[in-house]
Design a protein around this ligand. Structure first.
Ligand code: HEM
Length: 251
């Protein structure tokens, strides 16, 4: 851990230094913006660290699972490609603004986050006071782990097809992932809710839209292996045990 820590600190120092040395006129990215408003370098490095740790693996896990589900459901993939290709000019990248307005894309994002939440057990909590819940006495100091994965597949709230990937279920629904409805909490809820929701919603929407718009995709495995391939690895953020191998061809 010490070694990793040292390498990370060196990396962050380098990022800040590179940005301080760069010509400000030629570009202005996220770190430049932070440097402009923040004079305390150590706080700035911690913000970059936080975003790096909490924001990269989660977004990548989302993309891998969303692409996995889309490739297992060719009709959903086709519908999504049609929506994106018809509403965004042919040779251009889809913009954040365009992606926000694509209803089916937003439904696909919700459905992937429902069925495959990148952080399925959220972040552990510790009770600050004694709680009585459904006849149980839970003393202060108890660690509580919330299984969002199970909650989001519960047939009593989601219906008998809860285990199926069906983006259509979100089309006529106001349900979102802001933590107000406890049956759908891929970003958690309450004081510790993911502060990156706004940032990541734009990021994953625009990334998925462009990946799907610009290529057609196929998997290089026989259909009977697909189920086995879906095994999950362990960790706070869950990836596939057998990574998705997807082969693009030009659209
Ligand atoms: C698809 C992408 C993402 C998912 C699914 C996700 C999910 C989550 C979840 C479930 C939590 C714990 C919330 C809780 O227990 O109530 C969390 C915390 C957090 N997330 Fe995200 N996140 C994503 C992207 C990001 C991004 C892009 C950033 C930063 C730019 C970010 C920053 C954080 C931070 C700093 C925390 C800790 C908050 C705290 O404990 O006070 N996340 N995230």
């Amino acid at each position: 851990m010490d070694e990793v820590d040292k390498r990370f600190v060196e990396f962050l120092d380098r990022v800040v230094k590179e940005h301080e040395d760069a010509h400000k006129e030629t570009r202005s990215d996220f770190v430049d913006k932070l440097l402009a408003i923040q004079s305390d370098k150590s706080a700035l490095k911690l913000i970059i660290w936080d975003m790096f740790l909490a924001g990269t693996a989660t977004s990548l896990s989302f993309l891998e699972w969303a692409m996995t589900e889309l490739m297992r459901h060719p009709k959903a993939m086709k519908k999504l490609q049609e929506e994106i290709r018809s509403s965004s000019p042919q040779d251009f990248f889809v913009t954040e603004k365009e992606a926000e307005k694509m209803n089916y894309l937003q439904a696909v994002i919700k459905e992937a986050l429902r069925l495959r939440p990148p952080a399925p057990l959220l972040v552990p909590r510790v009770l600050s006071e004694d709680v009585k819940l459904k006849g149980y006495n839970i003393p202060a100091g108890t660690q509580v782990i919330i299984n969002a994965w199970a909650i989001q597949r519960d047939t009593t709230t989601w219906g008998i097809d809860a285990e199926e990937f069906r983006p259509e279920r979100h089309l006529d629904s106001n349900l979102d992932f802001q933590g107000q409805d406890f049956k759908f909490i891929p970003f958690g809820s309450g004081k510790r809710i993911c502060p990156g929701i706004g940032f990541t919603s734009a990021l994953i929407g625009v990334t998925l839209a462009n990946v799907v718009k610009r290529f057609n995709w196929r998997m290089d495995v026989e259909p009977q292996r697909v189920q086995h391939d879906l095994t999950e690895a362990t960790g706070l953020v869950i990836f596939r045990k057998f990574p998705l191998i997807a082969i693009p061809s030009s659209a």
